[in-house]
Design a protein around this ligand. Structure first.
Ligand SMILES: [Zn+2]
Length: 125
């Protein structure tokens, strides 16, 4: 795997994550019309997205962040990310595995920070 950097934008503690999750669940339930179970599942997905943004992984262009292979004319890398947080460079076929690893890291981090997330889904997409 190529050398990469994880940008820590903010450091939220358990109370921050709990407040964010509760707020997202409330919006999904009352504004979005979801039942409580669906709203909590949606809120967990929002927490995963937020964690991924707060812990965005970047790497230098030229090496795939997932497989580490050097870019070539026949094996191009694509940037994933934005101008503010930077980019992770990946082969298009490496993106699903990279994303699955990042999502798994987010789930583990959220479970480690608060028991609130201990029963949340571990489905890797
Ligand atoms: Zn790759």
């Amino acid at each position: 795997m190529a050398l990469s950097v994880v940008l820590a934008v903010a450091v939220w503690d358990a109370a921050d994550w709990r407040a964010y999750r509760d707020e997202r669940a409330g919006v999904a339930e009352f504004d979005g019309g979801l039942n409580r179970h669906e709203a909590e599942a949606r809120a967990f997905e929002c927490c995963l997205s937020e964690w991924l943004c707060q812990n965005f992984q970047t790497n230098e262009p030229g090496h795939c962040s997932e497989c580490g292979v050097v870019e070539s004319d026949s094996d191009r890398l694509l940037p994933y990310g934005d101008a503010i947080n930077g980019h992770t460079w990946l082969h298009s076929e490496c993106w699903p595995a990279w994303y699955a690893h990042r999502r798994h890291a987010a789930i583990a981090a959220l479970k480690a920070v608060d028991d609130l997330f201990k029963d949340e889904g571990v489905v890797l997409r």
